[in-house]
Write a protein that binds this ligand. Structure first.
Ligand SMILES: [Zn+2]
Ligand SMILES: [Zn+2]
Length: 369
């Protein structure tokens, strides 16, 4: 295995053609200019969005697709938006960081010029510079970050693999839970899907002191993981499971968070809500939302899409972690060079929790040689 970085080169794995294996590419370590900070990657976890990027499209239902290229994603592209590492170089205008500092990278970076960015909503910016989506990401040995304000310091002894998922699955579920709590107060909450996001949400719900949610998940092993992560009960999505879920939510759920995002899960979420309840959709597996209009009105339901989380929510999550520790999400550690096998495992639903790439230049505990 090449210790490329020690020779002054960086290794990255890029999508060159949609659906084809990512290709290894070696290039000089990126130079830091302006306010740039160069981070040596210690851990980059894989998210379902990486699978969509790899496919090259989102499924809109009824045979319609939106191509990533229409959204401004250009190939070749290095995915990876859940990255933790160590600062190795600073641009001449970079402040507030030192070489050697361990950091978590917030990837949801906007244009920095529009009204949404000015309001702290850069994750909703119309001209995004998201790392790992519109800019090169963390499936690499090195990552360029445009400003130190997107870096969150980590203690030296923190396991980077444990921290990395906070940048997407952590802040995404934190944001969705915040929305659920704002609507539901201490009312009952259900979650649909106990994959990486669902398990993270259960761990964070406990850390936030929320009542333990009910989980709906077709896979028995994931249902067990959901209970371990803090679900009060976990049910299958078949008829008897749904019936049992209704029984466990007398009167219905005040909020449901759908971490899957298919027509079936959205319909299930609506079905589980009480009057005045809110469905928060986070997953975007794909398809089309069909909702009878009288159902929406007569039951006074709310529907909210929730996309990643703001820089302020990332900061709040890091403060929560500083006092309560990292959410105990199961991790599968994978060498960076095995990225294609890891993506295939994710696609086949064989990963419980989060798969985390650790570059072969890693000095992490448990690193894979
Ligand atoms: Zn993600
Ligand atoms: Zn903007």
């Amino acid at each position: 295995m090449t210790r490329a970085d020690r020779a002054g080169n960086a290794v990255r794995y890029r999508i060159v053609e949609c659906g084809r294996p990512l290709e290894r590419d070696e290039a000089p370590v990126p130079q830091a200019s302006g306010s740039d900070v160069i981070v040596r990657v210690l851990a980059a976890s894989i998210c379902h969005t990486d699978l969509h990027l790899h496919d090259g499209f989102f499924d809109l239902g009824r045979g319609r697709k939106v191509a990533m290229s229409e959204r401004g994603v250009t190939l070749p592209h290095t995915p990876g938006h859940e990255t933790a590492g160590e600062v190795v170089a600073l641009g001449p205008e970079a402040t507030g960081m030192a070489v050697g500092q361990r950091v978590l990278v917030y990837p949801w970076i906007g244009c920095d010029h529009c009204a949404l960015c000015a309001a702290g909503e850069g994750h909703l910016c119309a001209s995004p510079r998201f790392l790992g989506v519109f800019r090169d990401g963390g499936f690499a040995t090195h990552l360029r970050v445009p400003h130190s304000r997107y870096l969150f310091p980590l203690e030296r002894d923190v396991d980077a693999a444990q921290a990395a998922p906070l940048a997407c699955s952590g802040v995404t579920t934190y944001s969705a839970l915040t929305k659920a709590r704002r609507h539901a107060g201490d009312g009952p909450v259900a979650i649909i899907g106990a994959g990486g996001l669902g398990l993270m949400s259960l761990a964070l719900a406990a850390m936030l002191g929320m009542p333990p949610p009910v989980a709906i998940e077709p896979d028995a092993a994931r249902r067990r993981a959901a209970i371990e992560a803090g679900a009060v009960k976990a049910f299958s999505n078949d008829a008897s499971g749904v019936e049992a879920a209704h029984a466990a939510l007398p009167g219905g759920a005040a909020a449901v968070i759908d971490f899957v995002g298919t027509p079936e899960t959205v319909a299930l979420g609506v079905d589980l809500l009480r009057k005045g309840g809110k469905l928060i959709v986070v997953g975007m597996f794909g398809g089309e939302l069909v909702l009878p209009v009288p159902t929406l009105v007569l039951r006074a339901l709310s529907l909210e899409g929730s996309y990643v989380g703001s820089l302020a929510e990332m900061r709040a999550l890091m403060q929560l972690v500083a006092t309560k520790g990292f959410p105990p999400v199961p991790l599968t550690r994978v060498a960076l060079g095995d990225v294609n096998a890891a993506l295939a495992d994710m696609r086949a639903g064989r990963v419980i929790g989060r798969a985390v790439l650790q570059p072969d230049n890693s000095t992490e505990p448990g690193m894979i040689e």
